[in-house]
Design a protein around this ligand. Structure first.
Ligand code: NAD
Length: 334
């Protein structure tokens, strides 16, 4: 099957494209490269352009008229940037996605898998959420995800337009055959900061040590990006079945591992995989941080017939290996 992947030159989109190809499907990448990496698109049909540009979609569908489903990953994703420039995030993530959906609907491409985020959820006293947990997005970025979810639901009510909304928890690691991986030079997420500490000597601090978790540090659900990608393969393959089982045109699924890991536990695992201790400092929580949560994944397991396969250590090892490969590759390109 042919699957159009917006944002297919990005970290998650490129991993999804590799997984689709390995499963015998044909991914078609649509990406403006505004933040994406051109080299990740080499193995696939690639259309460079903005998701709001109807002419690009026309060209794609002229060349691939049998493409009838879309995985919509393209977005701006940096939370602090969204706080500083909300107008950019609402324009890029909401307005352009709305235009994309309208163009898709008119072209009768009416199956969309959407990249949403755990950041739409309100805090949970039990540190565990399922898909029915209330939403309370805390940043313009998270707000754009919640707004897109609502737009998709309204589209589905009004038109023949179905969607599977996938709320990702915290993706880690790289594509297993090292075809792509994390590529931002200044990572702000936990594993990226630890890799930078291990390989480049960048200072590392646990930010926030007074949360009401088992050891005071924040708790998250870290899912290997390869497992995340497999869930997308299942979502496009079982799209009609999922929608039928749900008896409604929009389905929302959480994608995580089902286990919460605190930052202190994560740092211990990282040091074990690395084989040495790091100089770990402690600092106050950053603006907008919260205690965090993990997810119940029963719904995704049942509807997608999917179970995450990789351990936390495998995710960490994968990120460390990829960082060496990527550093070497970018050094050679300079
Ligand atoms: N990385 C995470 O931790 C995380 C967590 C939850 C949800 N998500 C969601 O997953 C999706 C993919 O995230 P990622 O980490 O791969 O991000 P990324 O920045 O690596 O990839 C995003 C891709 O979208 C492209 N893009 C952005 N705006 C575009 C536009 N207007 N037209 C065409 N292409 C455009 C970029 O060039 C880039 O290649 C996003 O929707 C993000 O919100 C990510």
């Amino acid at each position: 099957m042919k699957v159009l992947v917006t944002g297919g030159a990005g970290y998650i989109g490129s991993t999804i494209c590799s997984a689709l190809a390995d499963a015998g499907h044909i991914p078609i990448v649509w990406d403006s490269l505004v933040t994406g990496e051109r080299s990740f698109t080499k193995a696939h049909a690639f259309f460079e352009g903005d998701i709001a540009d109807a002419e690009v979609l026309e060209k794609i569908l002229r060349e691939h008229p049998d493409c009838d489903r879309v995985i919509h990953c393209a977005a701006r994703i940096i939370v602090p940037e969204s706080v500083q420039q909300p107008e950019l995030y609402y324009a890029e993530n909401v307005v352009k996605s709305l235009q994309l959906f309208e163009h898709l609907r008119r072209a009768e491409v009416n199956r969309v898998v959407f990249s949403s985020s755990a950041s739409v959820y309100a805090e949970s006293e039990s540190f565990t959420v399922d898909e029915n947990h209330p939403r309370a997005p805390q940043s313009p970025y998270a707000n754009t995800k919640a707004m897109m979810e609502d737009i998709l639901k309204d589209f589905a009510r009004a038109h023949n337009f179905q969607s599977i909304i996938l709320r990702y928890f915290n993706p880690i690691g790289a594509e297993p055959k090292h075809r792509s991986g994390p590529f931002v030079s200044n990572p702000s997420h936990l594993l990226g900061r630890l890799v930078a500490a291990a390989h480049k000597g960048v200072d590392f601090a646990i930010t926030g040590t007074n949360w009401p978790t088992r050891d005071g540090s924040g708790l998250r659900d870290y899912i290997h990006v390869a497992d995340l990608a497999q869930a997308h393969v299942a979502a496009v393959e079982k799209f009609d079945e999922v929608i039928r089982t749900e008896s409604q045109p929009t389905s929302t699924l959480n994608l995580g591992t089902g286990s919460g890991v605190t930052v202190r536990e994560f740092v211990s695992s990282f040091e074990r995989v690395l084989g040495r201790k790091l100089d770990v400092k402690e600092a106050p929580a950053r603006d907008g941080d919260n205690a965090g949560c993990c997810t119940i994944i029963d719904k995704a397991k049942t509807l997608l017939g999917w179970t995450p396969q990789s351990s936390l250590d495998e995710g960490i090892r994968s990120a460390l290996e990829w960082d060496e490969i990527w550093s070497e590759r970018t050094k050679q390109q300079r």
